[in-house]
Design a protein around this ligand. Structure first.
Ligand SMILES: *Cc1c(COP(=O)(O)O)cnc(C)c1O
Length: 361
């Protein structure tokens, strides 16, 4: 069979699909990686479970118990999965009928919501955020017909700000008995007071996504959590793979969620917030930078003249940032993940050198 006829066998929506442009997929040759919102250094772990001849538990007890305690929820409100990305896919698969239902997103936002929906064959309805990147509630209300899941990222990737709680409340009222509202809290450890988990008692259709990939420094582990009331969790348990986490993943996740693991995580958050403050002031003082947007996360979005020249020049020097300028409303914007103090200083030094040479031309 030719590759052309193989292509013809594939589902129409898969043939049309543009895959998620992950930081890894975009490549680059660098020694300063500030493009994927990872924690900059590795935290060592040792495996304690050696029973790899046996299948793992579907929902490892120690991980569920510890995450429930950490999140202040009951164990039956917690599902552990292969990263928050699997949580996104499970919610779409469980609630949206392909070719019939839709999801709603508010760009600019995280790219995997639309990729998951399109892969499954579910329409992705886009309601652009307002100029200040808050929700356009009237427009959302007007386009809610047929929408089964609304994704809101708070704090939002890549813009960095928390979504107004009052607006989220209005959204939850507007969608009651109609649609699931997913609050993606991948970065909530950097602004823990903004979590919506305590709202689960009032809203049966609220789902909160979490991950160990960011503040927990475990992006390579692939472990995330879906928090919701039991009826939602029970539905997701029907569609999840029988063994979503390997034994080593569950082993390390349980250690990361121990008292010592949580204390270490909070220490990392404090360090990242310190580095963020320094980086933001340096960027604000940089000629050519038009705006540094306030961030509640481990990354900063900023707008600059000569955005693509700067991005490419840093890339060539081995400093890899994330170009957001193709996203709606983000022309001229780059996103920097907060790295170590030394990494932040290297980016700032490179940016100052560049701005001097651009001005000199
Ligand atoms: C990083 C990220 C995710 C994915 O998290 P994983 O647990 O690594 O799959 C989900 N949502 C947002 C907003 C993210 O930035």
């Amino acid at each position: 069979m030719s590759s052309k006829s193989i292509e013809a066998l594939a589902r129409e929506n898969v043939r049309q699909l543009t895959p998620y442009q992950s930081a890894r997929r975009l490549g680059g040759k660098g020694d300063v990686w500030l493009n994927a919102n990872e924690y900059p250094t590795a935290v060592p772990f040792e495996l304690t479970q050696q029973t790899l001849n046996r299948y793992p538990e579907c929902q490892p007890e120690a991980v569920i118990t510890r995450y429930a305690a950490y999140a202040g929820l009951n164990k039956d409100q917690v599902l552990v999965n292969r990263g928050a990305d699997e949580g996104i896919e499970l919610v779409v698969r469980a609630f949206c009928e392909p070719g019939q239902d839709a999801i709603m997103i508010c760009p600019p936002t995280y790219g995997m919501y639309s990729v998951s929906a399109e892969t499954i064959g579910v329409e992705c309805r886009k309601v652009p955020a307002l100029a200040n990147w808050q929700l356009d509630l009237p427009a959302m209300q007007a386009q809610l017909d047929g929408v089964k899941v609304v994704f809101v990222c708070s704090p939002n990737n890549p813009t960095g700000q928390v979504i107004n709680p009052e607006d989220l409340k209005s959204l939850l009222e507007m969608t009651r008995d109609r649609a699931i509202v997913v609050a993606d809290e991948a970065y909530i450890e950097f602004c823990p007071q903004a979590t919506l988990t305590s709202w689960l008692k009032d809203y049966p259709h609220l789902v909160v996504l979490r991950t160990l990939s960011k503040a927990f420094a475990l992006a390579g582990l692939r472990c995330g959590f879906t928090l919701a009331n039991k009826p939602v969790i029970d539905l997701l348990l029907k569609v999840i793979a029988p063994y979503p986490l390997s034994t080593p993943v569950a082993d390390i996740a349980a250690q990361a969620l121990s008292e010592a693991g949580l204390t270490a995580m909070r220490g990392r958050v404090a360090e990242i917030l310190r580095n963020r403050r320094e980086l933001v002031s340096a960027l604000q003082a940089l000629p050519g930078v038009e705006q540094v947007y306030p961030s509640d996360t481990n990354y900063v979005l900023f707008k600059l003249s000569e955005c693509s020249v700067v991005f490419k020049s840093l890339w060539d020097q081995g400093i890899i940032l994330r170009d957001q300028s193709k996203q709606p409303g983000l022309g001229g914007c780059l996103r920097i993940t907060i790295g170590t103090e030394a990494e932040c200083q290297r980016v700032v030094a490179a940016l100052y050198a560049l701005s001097a040479s651009i001005t000199a031309e």
